[in-house]
Design a protein around this ligand. Structure first.
Ligand SMILES: CC(C)(COP(=O)(O)OP(=O)(O)OC[C@H]1O[C@@H](n2cnc3c(N)ncnc32)[C@H](O)[C@@H]1OP(=O)(O)O)[C@@H](O)C(=O)NCCC(=O)NCCS
Length: 120
């Protein structure tokens, strides 16, 4: 799905500046940035824990980066509690700690970590 990461999703303006706004050139600083949201990712019970989820995630990352045809820098997910470790292992970070006791947590992956020229 199309999505965005927004200053309102983060814990504080400082966190927004440090992790998002200040990582971009001055003329590209906005209060939100486009993202692609992953919804309902699932691996058949018989095949979980064999690295397939990671392979799919690497495929999704490469697909979005390829030619930068989506024009976005972030992948987001409302991650179920039982899948948090999986997203952490795939280098997703938490947007805020305000959802720490919720059933799902907002996480994001910064695609620029995969490219040498991070001006996307
Ligand atoms: C979450 C899910 C997609 C992960 O796919 P997977 O193929 O099982 O994951 P992988 O085998 O690639 O695992 C990658 C890493 O995440 C860890 N991990 C995956 N699922 C985990 C779980 N439930 N609890 C703890 N760690 C988990 C693995 O241990 C592995 O870490 P390692 O490299 O240290 O061994 C899959 O388990 C699933 O379909 N779960 C049920 C549905 C779900 O919760 N989907 C998420 C929707 S937000």
């Amino acid at each position: 799905m199309t999505d965005k990461v927004s200053v309102n999703d983060t814990e504080s303006k400082n966190q927004w500046r440090k992790n998002f706004r200040d990582t971009l050139p001055r003329n590209k600083r906005f209060s939100s940035y486009p993202a692609i949201k992953i919804g309902r990712l699932g691996i058949d019970l018989n095949f979980q824990g064999k690295g397939l989820g990671t392979e799919i995630m690497n495929f999704i990352k490469a697909m979005i980066l390829n030619d930068n045809r989506y024009g976005c820098r972030y992948i987001t997910v409302d991650a179920y509690r039982q899948s948090l470790k999986y997203y952490e292992r795939n280098d997703f970070r938490y947007l805020t700690s305000s959802d720490v006791n919720e059933d799902t947590r907002l996480m994001y992956f910064d695609l620029s970590s995969l490219v040498i020229d991070s001006t996307i």
